[in-house]
Design a protein around this ligand. Structure first.
Ligand code: ADP
Ligand code: MG
Length: 243
């Protein structure tokens, strides 16, 4: 489903990604963990071309792009097959909950307004916020706002959803409702890549854990094995922080 090969990214002289290879199968959940500043967000942003990697291949389904000679239409196709959920929700503040969801359906996917609204309401039902369709984001809790953002991603019917620390900005009591929603998506076999510091969640929901340090994959494996018996010193040092 997704194949990243040899992804490199520099910001000026700072080498942030030093050759990343990842494969994700259809319906798999991959959790990316690691200290801050190691390039986790940059990696997700390179996948949907919010940042352009300097080198490497990105493959999603039948679309294969060498980043160096990616055409604009390739980039657009890649963006349409991915959806991103951010730490800070990134909702449109001056649009209602429903409008937040329908906006890109109408503008990017060119779906007509009535159809978009219908999809929007269906998604709001799934995220448990049907009754908030006409609210503005500022009137919702952080957990509810993030569920709207996840609904917005779901509505686009992407091949993969990329989550960048979806619960890091939330008060502790609101983390659970967002993680529960992501678990529901995992049960429905949504393909997902999730950067997270929630180790228990990662252990429970992920098919594979990738531990990144310093722009590289230090270690990866099945959650049980990696958490129970890390092979690298850096991994066990990192995991100790969460004990
Ligand atoms: P993580 O998500 O693992 O915390 P990031 O991918 O956000 O790490 O950042 C990795 C490194 O790249 C950091 O040193 C950060 O300061 C730097 N960086 C990220 N985005 C930019 C940017 N747009 N311009 C310059 N440096 C950046
Ligand atoms: Mg980050």
């Amino acid at each position: 489903m997704i194949k990243l090969e040899n992804i490199h990214k520099k910001f000026g002289d700072l080498e942030v990604l030093k050759g990343i290879d990842i494969e994700v199968k259809q319906g798999e959940v991959v959790a990316i963990i690691g200290p801050s500043g190691t390039g986790k967000s940059t990696l997700l942003r390179c996948i949907n071309f919010l940042e352009k990697a300097d080198e490497g291949n990105i493959e999603i389904d039948d679309l294969k792009i060498n980043v160096k000679n990616a055409s604009n239409s390739d980039i657009l196709k890649m963006r349409k097959s991915t959806a991103m959920v951010f730490q800070s929700f990134n909702l449109f503040k001056n649009k209602t909950v429903l409008q937040n969801i329908t906006e890109s359906l109408i503008v990017v996917k060119k779906i007509d307004i009535d159809e978009a609204k219908k999809t929007g309401m269906e998604v709001l039902k799934q995220v448990g916020l049907e009754d908030k369709w006409n609210n503005y984001p500022s009137t919702l809790s952080g957990g509810q706002q993030q569920r709207v953002a996840i609904g917005r991603a779901m509505a686009l019917n992407p091949k993969v959803i990329l989550f960048d620390e979806p619960t890091s900005a939330l008060d502790p009591e609101l983390v659970g409702e967002v993680l529960d929603l992501i678990k529901q998506l995992a049960k429905k076999h949504m393909t997902m890549m999730i950067v997270t510091h929630e180790m228990n969640f990662a252990r429970e929901v992920a098919d594979k854990i990738i531990f990144m340090t310093d722009g590289k994959i230090c270690e990866s494996g099945k959650p049980k094995e990696l958490f129970r018996n890390p092979q690298k010193y850096e991994t066990s040092k990192f995991l100790k922080r969460f004990r």
